[in-house]
Design a protein. Structure first.
Length: 212
């Protein structure tokens, strides 16, 4: 009888253990889920699977496409280093990407909203560039400036015909590099855009999307 009691006791313990194990929720990670090397969404994984968030690879492709079509810079992923992180901001989750060219250490930065793929900012780092137009605004032709930024706006699905483009005089007086342009949508005043250009060489330095 004592042996039977021991067997019953062991079976009871095993049953309790099995019930405990079956109620543990293990995390599942799929290619479609928002995550990066240093950040996991954990408790929100299942919730986000049902939302149309862009994935890590989609964010990378989006940024590289804008660099290619908007900046005229075609990066070969076999020849660059990539650092990708995901973090939560006031506007939701954002992909933060940095590309570094292996041969010359040239860097590019890009932040992309995960819920809709909109680019918040994209920057080409150039420590050798110094273009100052602080007191010589007569050399800046707005029509030419619009021509410089048109490919960028097109790559961002923004129509230059719907935009008002003007010089940001305050930023140009405090900014040491490039010519800062302000771009606002005539039909939508919830956002405006800041674009810094190398006017002389007709290149883009950075783009920022700013909420009003």
């Amino acid at each position: 009888m004592k042996i039977n009691f021991k067997i019953v006791g062991l079976i009871s313990i095993l049953l309790i253990f099995l019930i405990f194990i079956t109620n543990i929720h293990f995390e599942k990670y799929n290619n479609n889920v928002l995550y990066s090397e240093k950040f996991a969404l954990k408790e929100r994984t299942k919730e986000l699977q049902n939302v149309n968030y862009i994935t890590r690879e989609e964010a990378i492709s989006r940024g590289l496409d804008v660099l290619k079509d908007g900046f005229g810079i075609n990066l070969n992923r076999d020849q660059i280093s990539e650092n990708i992180e995901l973090y939560e901001s006031e506007e939701g989750y954002e992909w933060n990407i940095m590309w570094t060219e292996n041969d010359n250490n040239q860097k590019y930065y890009c932040n992309i909203l995960a819920d809709n793929g909109d680019i918040k900012f994209i920057v080409v780092e150039d420590s050798n560039f110094k273009e100052i137009y602080k007191k010589n605004y007569e050399v800046i032709n707005i029509s030419k400036a619009k021509d410089i930024i048109t490919p960028l706006l097109k790559s961002l699905n923004l129509n230059i015909e719907n935009m008002k483009v003007y010089l940001n005089y305050s930023d140009n007086y405090s900014n040491k590099y490039g010519t800062v342009l302000m771009v606002s949508d005539k039909m939508d005043n919830s956002y405006f855009y800041e674009v810094n250009i190398n006017y002389k060489d007709e290149k883009i330095i950075y783009f920022k999307k700013l909420k009003i």
